[in-house]
Structure formats: structure tokens, C-alpha cells
Design a protein around this ligand. Structure first.
Ligand SMILES: Cc1cc2nc3c(=O)[nH]c(=O)nc-3n(C[C@H](O)[C@H](O)[C@H](O)COP(=O)(O)OP(=O)(O)OC[C@H]3O[C@@H](n4cnc5c(N)ncnc54)[C@H](O)[C@@H]3O)c2cc1C
Length: 480
């Protein structure tokens, strides 16, 4: 029997465990233990039910275009629980000089694909609109080196586009700054489009033309979530794993290669395993790898993380009626606010709030702003409520509030990230039986983390000489 240790019980570690569990049920001679530092599993996936509302502490959904999370949900029996965002009501605003301005139709990320809505939009100055027209003639450019998203966007559309769209959009996903994030790692399609077409606008339209007409008509929702919240995914996964395979409240303090395998120390006990999956932020992995793999630890140390706080506020139906329509707003750094974004949760997804409730979710923190984590709840709430008053004239007292602090939870893929991944891949064979998973490597979103976990399980199985059984375990076998 081969034994695998999985360190970290977030969605990456649980996905790895599930991949091993399927092989175990298919008869592979493998068993595993998930070591989780905290008392609960799921990492940043946490849903609370408050006053009829589903309050998401971490992610509220995942992007539909990346299939791995939805596929996993179907596999674990949650297919009928998947819900899409209310895209007909999708409208997102940007705060410009204190006022909310809607993002015009036809902007794909920051690339205009329809002329009139952009020309008529007050979001951009005449100067930026002229840059957009000129962008159409941008010559193809094959860059030798990586660059920041800001540098690329500025080359195409000018600095206002970076400030008003690229930066706020990226801070919503990475809590990061466009001037720090790698275009090749974060927006690989943009780098490819520039190399081939030059103009991002022309490339986007060419891609649309190539799409089969059925796909153009039947637009899928942009975001997918679960009826009872993201925690549903964690609960369903955990229910499929043997209780004996889970050790919560077990922070791993040491890992040591020994006797062709790995010794894992947690608390006062040490145990021997044939292979090891580190499904934890790279900051935590660095600490564990300092002894057994200093060169790898040094590389991981170069991957930065940012912190954020989500502030959820529940209101009555009167507030709901008065809020602007749409999914919420983003706040450019140049506006000088503490808030990075706010989501009108009751509009974004069905099932999140009863008809007589409004649910708002505000984000603060992000790159260079770790100090907000030290603020007390009262101060956080006071400043969020003051900014909501200034931005959307919301003065009502909330019925409930929930504040969640996430220290160092969002990985930042800095310029040169892909080259760093190559160096990491080259170092891994020096530590046989070790695989890495999590949001520090090839995607920060839930779907990428799911994929990273199951890929890590696949690597460990083949390192152990256990061929992966491709045929899925039947639903009855899984749930029996
Ligand atoms: C506020 C917020 C909003 C987000 N919104 C979205 C969104 O809407 N859509 C989306 O797709 N993604 C979103 N993300 C990103 C996504 O949720 C995360 O990248 C992903 O869930 C990370 O999963 P993980 O398992 O890799 O890491 P984590 O969830 O961080 O789990 C790692 C686990 O490892 C444990 N651990 C750490 N060190 C040790 C140790 N030494 N021993 C044992 N255990 C250890 C930790 O306790 C933790 O439980 C969001 C993230 C945050 C923080």
C-alpha cells in the first residue's frame, strides 16, 4: 500500500484527495492523509447563512469558461446545484471622480469590440477614445520578454485605460496592481493576440468571427456558483472522503525526505509517507522546504501574496429597491478610497438573498495595503459605510454585518512568473515524490486550483508507479 500526505485542506488539497480517492475506490493500492492546520476544511471557501442570506467569506463563484470546478461539482453529485450569474442584469460601474459610470457594452476586459457604446461612454476621455481608434492599426509585436499588464495596456490604449479599467479589474481578481502583474501569466491571450494581430481590438473581433454561430448565440453565464454557496462544494467533497483520511487542527511543521519517501511532522507526531503533495500557499511551502529543498524554497519565496478583507452587509427590501441596478462597482486607485469594489450580491446570483433583503459585499485591501488587516472591525465598518454613503448614498443601518480577513491569500503573478515556474519544474525532480498544488502557480481561481490538485495527484500516482485508472468511478460507487 502506498501512502500519500496532502498538506493543506483548501479546495486544492481536497481536489487532490478526491482524485486519489477515486483511484483507491477503483482498487489502486493507495491511501492518503489530508493535514489541515485549521479546525475546518475548505480554506478560503466559507459560506455563512445569515438572516436568510448566503454570505460568502471568500470566493462567491467561479468563471464558467474554465471547466474544472463545474466538472468536479458534477462528478460529486452537485450538477443540479450549479447556478449561473444573472447575466441579463449584468452591469458593472466604475467610480470616476466620485460618480458611478457604467462599463459600456462590448468591452471585453478592456478591449472595445463595439464602437458606438464606447464612443458615447463618459468612462473615457476624448484622448483615450482617439487612442482606441488608433489601436486598430497597432502592428504585430513579438516581445522577447515578459512585461507588466499596465505596460502592455498603456502601449495600446494609454494610461487612463490602466487606471480606470485594467487596474480595478485585476484588483478584483488578484488584489493586485496592473503595474506588477505579468501579462504572460495573467493575460496570456493578450500576449498571443498582440504577437499575431498587433491590435487587440482586431484580434478580439477575429476570434469572435471564428466562433461557431451556435456558441455566439447561446452565451453561457459568465460566472457559475452553487445554490447553497461555495461551501456546498467543500461539504460534498469532504463527505466522499473517509473520515480516517482527514486530520484537521494539524499544522505541518516539518517535512523531511527519508527512506525513499517523506517524513511529515505535525504536532508531536511524525509519520512516513511514500509521496507528498503541498497544497498550501507558496509562502507556507517555503517554510517547509527551507531544509529539504533550499533552491526550490528560494524560488517560491519570489511569489508574492496580497491580503484582503470582505465586508458583507445585509439590508432590508427598501434599500434593495433604491440601489442601482447591476452587479456592483469597481474603484480605481486614483479615487483614493479604501474600498476596491462592491458587489450587489442579490442581483448577481439567484438564491443569495430573499426578495426582501439586499446583500452587499465590499472588498478592501489589495496590493501594498496589508496594514488594513490590523484595523479593528469598528474602524473597517465605519470606513466602508462612509464610502457607501458617499458613492451610492446608502445611509440605512445594516441588519447584519460580517467581516472576514484574508491574510496573504491572493497570489500575485509578477513579471517573469512563467520563467519562475519553469525553474520550479526543473528543481522538482531533485525532490522525488513531491508535487505542488495551489493558487501560487498556474491560476488563482477556484477552477485552476481544482485542476492543480488533481494534476498533483496524477503526478504523485505516476511517481509511485500506480497507473491512473481513467474510467470514472460510478456515481453509486462514489456515494456508497
Ligand atoms: C476574498 C477572496 C475572494 C476570492 N474570490 C474568488 C472568486 O470569486 N472566484 C474564484 O475562482 N476565486 C476566488 N478567489 C481565489 C480562490 O478562492 C483561491 O485562490 C483558492 O480557493 C485557493 O485554494 P487553495 O486550496 O489553493 O488555498 P487555501 O484556500 O488558502 O487553502 C490552503 C489551506 O492550507 C492550510 N495550511 C497552510 N499551511 C499549512 C500547514 N503548514 N499545515 C497544514 N495546513 C496548512 C490552510 O489552513 C488552508 O486551509 C478568492 C480568494 C479570496 C481570498
Amino acid at each position: 500500500m502506498k501512502r500519500v500526505a496532502i498538506i493543506g485542506g483548501g479546495i486544492s488539497g481536497l481536489s487532490a484527495a478526491f482524485a486519489l480517492e477515486k483511484q483507491r475506490r477503483n482498487g489502486a493500492p493507495v491511501e492518503y492523509t489530508v493535514f489541515e492546520a485549521s479546525a475546518r476544511l475548505g480554506g478560503v471557501l466559507v459560506t455563512e447563512h445569515v438572516d436568510g442570506c448566503q454570505v460568502e467569506a471568500g470566493p462567491d463563484s467561479f468563471i464558467t469558461e474554465k471547466p474544472w470546478a463545474a466538472d468536479l461539482c458534477r462528478e460529486i453529485g452537485l450538477g443540479d446545484q450549479l447556478i449561473g450569474s444573472n447575466d441579463p442584469d449584468r452591469k458593472t460601474y466604475i467610480l470616476v471622480k466620485g460618480r458611478l459610470v457604467v462599463i459600456p457594452d462590448g468591452l471585453m476586459f478592456m478591449v472595445p469590440t463595439r464602437i458606438m457604446p464606447t464612443v458615447l461612454s463618459p468612462l473615457f476621455s476624448i484622448r483615450t477614445k482617439l487612442r482606441m481608434a488608433g489601436e486598430w492599426f497597432h502592428p504585430p509585436r513579438k516581445a522577447d520578454n515578459d512585461e507588466s499588464v499596465a505596460a502592455m495596456v498603456e502601449r495600446h490604449y494609454g494610461p487612463e485605460m490602466v487606471d480606470r479599467l485594467a487596474d480595478p479589474l485585476l484588483s478584483g481578481v488578484y488584489g493586485g496592481e496592473a503595474s506588477q502583474l505579468s501579462v504572460r501569466a495573467v493575460l496570456p491571450r493578450f500576449a498571443e493576440m498582440e504577437a499575431k494581430h498587433g491590435s487587440l481590438g482586431r484580434a478580439m473581433l477575429a476570434a469572435r468571427r471564428r466562433m461557431p454561430s451556435a456558441a455566439k448565440g447561446a452565451a453561457r453565464p459568465l460566472f457559475t456558483s452553487l445554490k447553497a454557496g461555495m461551501q456546498q462544494m467543500v461539504d460534498a467533497l469532504v463527505a466522499l472522503l473517509p473520515k480516517s483520511a482527514i486530520q484537521t487542527g494539524s499544522p505541518v511543521q516539518g517535512i523531511q525526505p527519508q527512506e525513499g519517501g517523506w517524513t511529515v511532522s505535525a504536532g508531536y507526531t511524525s509519520d512516513h509517507f511514500d509521496a507528498l503533495i503541498l497544497a498550501i500557499p507558496t509562502t507556507a511551502a517555503t517554510v517547509l522546504l527551507r531544509g529539504p529543498g533550499p533552491a526550490l524554497a528560494d524560488e517560491l519565496l519570489g511569489i508574492q501574496y496580497t491580503s484582503s478583507i470582505t465586508v458583507n452587509l445585509g439590508y432590508n427590501g427598501a434599500v434593495r429597491d433604491r440601489l442601482p441596478p447591476g452587479f456592483g462597482f469597481l474603484v480605481p486607485r486614483s479615487e483614493g478610497r479604501r474600498m476596491l469594489a462592491a458587489t450587489f450580491v442579490h442581483n448577481k446570483f439567484p438564491h443569495r438573498a430573499p426578495d426582501d433583503r439586499a446583500l452587499l459585499r465590499c472588498f478592501i485591501g489589495g496590493a501594498g495595503n496589508d496594514k488594513v488587516l490590523k484595523l479593528g472591525d469598528d474602524e473597517i465598518l465605519r470606513s466602508v459605510r462612509e464610502e457607501l454613503r458617499q458613492i451610492i448614498n446608502l445611509t440605512a443601518d445594516p441588519l447584519f454585518t460580517r467581516i472576514y480577513r484574508w491574510q496573504g491569500a491572493m497570489a500575485q503573478y509578477g513579471v517573469g512568473h512563467l520563467e519562475r515556474l519553469q525553474r520550479i519544474d526543473a528543481l522538482l525532480p531533485r525532490l522525488p515524490g513531491l508535487a505542488l498544488a495551489g493558487n501560487g502557480y498556474r491560476g488563482i481561481g477556484v477552477p485552476d486550483c481544482v485542476r492543480s490538485g488533481s494534476d498533483a495527484a496524477g503526478k504523485v500516482l505516476s511517481a509511485l508507479g500506480l497507473s491512473q485508472e481513467k474510467s470514472p468511478v460510478s456515481a453509486t460507487a462514489l456515494h456508497s
